[in-house]
Design a protein around this ligand. Structure first.
Ligand code: FES
Length: 69
């Protein structure tokens, strides 16, 4: 599927670039493939293929339970 019509860039090309590790940011994507460098309509969809940064997860515990002494 074409993601960037202006530059004829497909989702496969974007996925390959991201999985190769050479593309880590939206500006990398623009520099390597040229997406969103013309009309910009593809920017949101193209950036959705970028890897999401890993964040810390927080475990929530039930603090209402009482412990019998
Ligand atoms: S559709 Fe990608 S720059 Fe126009």
């Amino acid at each position: 599927m074409y993601v960037c019509i202006c530059n004829a860039i497909t989702d496969r090309q974007i996925q390959d670039s991201v999985s190769s590790g050479t593309v880590n940011s939206f500006s990398d994507l623009q520099a390597e493939l040229g997406v969103a460098t013309c009309c910009g309509c593809c920017a949101d969809l193209a950036s959705s293929y970028l890897k999401k940064p890993k964040g810390r997860s927080v475990e929530v515990t039930d603090l209402t339970e009482t412990v019998a002494a």
